[in-house]
Design a protein around this ligand. Structure first.
Ligand SMILES: Nc1ncnc2c1ncn2[C@@H]1O[C@H](COP(=O)(O)OP(=O)(O)OP(=O)(O)O)[C@@H](O)[C@H]1O
Length: 299
């Protein structure tokens, strides 16, 4: 659905995207993660055809997006800075959307009045920030997008509304093979909905994998030994993090689960626990391995 190859973008002398590659399969929910300033919004603006790349290619459904109205009309986009015409009511905005999105569905629009409890005769810019976000989802979902791109999407929505919106989106993924690309710092939420994740760092995608696959490749080991910690412990493995609390050693290690377990067992630990990692931990340790560390600074 999305194929980005060697995408580079400069702002003046600053290289915001650096030979970036990204692949998103149709019908998947792809979580785009990355620290502040990594380039997520810049990438998204290429995917929706606002920016033109300096070099490389950006394709959606096999076609370039920039200056391609037919592809653009199949993409729904929700960002944190929403735009509505200042005098328009929700109904008037709906008519405007219906005039530019060929797949617009009035039946959905009416049905969704049960989900979004806002009087459609109200002027959108007079609504609260969270209500405006609801309107953005309401309208976008009625365009029946083939690709939905969400930049910090549920910020400002209350927890019940967040759940409702995700249910609607995931229903479209299941029934219409809609593809969703979502950029968010709320990793707990992404963990529940995404099947693929890409981590963007310094203008490049540094990790792109199926979520289950990443989780089965990074492990948290809790160990304790009766004597000294063996010096050869996992010395030839990719250890992302080690810390010690009293006699308990915590290690985050990449690699095959069974191989790691058998290597550790050979060192005769008195405690050996293999614990699941959260997406937040994967993010922190993957980037920690690349020099983006949490530093303990005391002030
Ligand atoms: N129009 C612009 N002009 C100059 N620099 C820009 C412009 N837009 C973005 N940048 C720079 O490009 C880099 C990437 O910005 P971008 O907004 O894509 O990051 P982000 O990953 O979305 O960050 P955040 O998580 O903080 O929203 C930043 O260093 C930013 O200052």
């Amino acid at each position: 659905m999305i194929e980005v190859k060697d995408l580079t973008k400069h702002f003046g002398n600053f290289k915001a995207l650096d030979n970036l590659n990204l692949h998103v399969k149709e019908g998947s929910v792809y979580g785009l993660l990355g620290p502040n300033g990594a380039g997520k919004t810049t990438l998204i603006k290429h995917l929706i055809g606002i920016y033109h790349q300096d070099s490389g290619s950006v394709q959606v459904q096999g076609e370039p997006v920039y200056e391609n109205p037919s592809i653009k009309s199949s993409i729904g986009y929700i960002s944190d800075d929403l735009y509505f015409f200042s005098q328009y009511t929700i109904d008037e905005m709906a008519k405007f959307y219906a005039s530019i999105y060929p797949r617009w569905c009035w039946e959905r629009y009416e049905l969704l009045k049960q989900v979004f409890p806002i009087d459609s005769k109200r002027r959108v810019t007079r609504l609260s920030k969270g209500m405006q976000k609801q309107v953005a989802f309401w309208l976008s979902i009625c365009t029946i997008p083939r690709l939905m791109i969400l930049d910090e999407p549920v910020d400002g929505l209350d927890p019940v509304m967040r759940k409702k919106v995700w249910n609607l989106l995931l229903q479209d993924v299941a029934e219409h093979q809609t593809t969703v690309l979502v950029s968010s710092h709320n990793l707990r939420e992404l963990e529940d909905v995404c099947d693929h994740v890409g981590i963007l760092y310094n203008g490049k995608i540094v990790v792109e994998r199926e979520l289950d696959n990443i989780k089965s490749d990074i492990h948290k080991l809790q160990l304790a030994f009766s004597g000294e910690i063996p010096s050869e412990l996992l010395s030839d493995e990719e250890v992302l993090h080690t810390s010690q609390n009293g006699s308990v050693l915590l290690m985050i290690v990449k690699g095959d689960r069974n191989r790691l377990l058998s290597k550790v067992q050979q060192t005769n630990p008195v405690i050996l626990d293999l614990l699941p990692l959260t997406l937040e931990e994967i993010f922190i340790y993957e980037l920690g391995g690349m020099g983006y560390d949490i530093q303990n600074i005391t002030i």
